[in-house]
Design a binder for this molecule. Sequence first.
Ligand code: RB5
Length: 152
Amino acid sequence: MKKIGVGADDAALEIKQTLIEHLKERGYEVEDYGIREGADYPDVAVEVAEAVASGEHDRAILCCGTGLGMSITANKVPGVRAAQCHDVYSAERARKSNNAQILTMGQRVIGPELAKTVVDAWLESEFAGGSSARKVEKMEEIDRRYHPAETT
Ligand code: RB5
């Protein structure tokens, strides 16, 4: 697995640090998209999502206060599937069913221990293919419909 990108806004700096340390302990390489002065969640999300769309990272984790702004923004980048997950079942399904390359979480929603467990479940789950492949292809077709230049 390539390096995992991790980004956060100023509402999620503690959880970002917790997750970076956790990922390193688990043997993953991490690229920390540290917060620049004045950066809001859309600024961080688009930078990380573009790195995923370009193939620089196969997986990334984005945290903000709720996980919502990061998810909404990242999903605007063609080819990106970002899923907000605060429970283990959703994290597994985000990989197995939706092939989500980005996990988003909210520091104001989830505690550090559960967040680490959610991250592990998401990283250890793989896309199941089968009938899910058809559904993911349909999402990709929607990307192409709205962004023909970026996705051809
Ligand atoms: C703070 O800017 C807060 O709105 C943000 O971290 C996030 O929760 C937005 O979705």
